[in-house]
Design a protein around this ligand. Structure first.
Ligand code: SF4
Length: 238
């Protein structure tokens, strides 16, 4: 191979390596393609004049997807409307559907413990789901349902303007970050959702089945608290 051919071959190798790296990072959600401001405005234009009260009123009457036929209550979200920290799960479960509140079942009780261990209360954070209505039998959400419902979440995020979103579980993280990457690869690192930092971590329901994951969730929560410049109380300090 002469010098010129060798240089071209090496250049081709570098381009291929860079392309593979970028594709891998995008798949992992580390390089997200941000929607620009105009796209974001288009997706939420019907809700642009609504505050959280108006948005909630619209959501509780919503029939944009088939989940409206089987839900008991719309689970809009709850907590501090000026919260720096927002938790976002996938969709309401049976307890949440009955009570109209997010994360109130066994998994929700564990989430409350995690929040309190970090030195906060549920009233100081905001808790919501990507989908506002329960998929029957807790089946996986359909992409059409996510597309119909996501503008509510986007508008919620725009109004609350949290500094950090903690995405709970595979589906919430994948939906928010537009990626197919596994939660085990996504967690532990900050990503971006419309300019807001996102920390994916395991869903509390997963932790009920796999208590070994609690250590990793706690590591993720510690990073979130550090990002918020908040200190975590020592266990014996309360
Ligand atoms: S899941 Fe969302 S889009 Fe579908 S009916 Fe409920 S509020 Fe409307």
């Amino acid at each position: 191979m002469d010098y010129s051919t060798d240089i071209h071959w090496r250049f081709g190798q570098v381009v291929t390596a860079v392309r593979e790296y970028v594709e891998e990072q995008m798949q992992l959600g580390f390089l997200e393609l941000e929607e620009n401001e105009n796209q974001l405005r288009d997706r939420t234009s019907s809700y642009a004049d609504l505050d959280l009260t108006g948005l909630r009123e619209l959501a509780v009457a919503c029939e944009k997807c088939e989940l409206s036929k089987t839900r008991t209550h719309v689970v809009f979200g709850t907590g501090n409307e000026q919260a720096d920290l927002m938790f976002v799960g996938e969709a309401p479960g049976a307890d949440e559907d009955q009570q109209g509140q997010p994360f109130v079942g066994r998994a929700g009780q564990l989430l409350t413990k995690i929040i309190e261990a970090s030195g906060l209360t549920r009233d100081q954070v905001y808790i919501a789901n990507v989908l506002k209505c329960r998929p029957p039998g807790n089946r996986n959400p359909k992409s059409s349902e996510i597309e119909s419902c996501e503008p509510y979440l986007i508008r919620q995020v725009m109004l609350i303007q949290p500094k950090v979103i903690c995405a709970l579980g595979t589906f919430a993280a994948q939906m928010i970050l537009r990626t197919d990457a596994k939660i085990s690869n996504l967690r532990g690192h900050f990503h971006s959702y419309h300019g807001i930092k996102v920390m994916p971590t395991y869903h509390p329901a997963y932790l009920l089945r796999n208590p070994g994951g609690k250590r990793q969730v706690w590591e993720d929560i510690q990073k979130v608290m550090a990002e918020l410049n908040l200190s975590i109380p020592r266990p014996d300090a309360s």
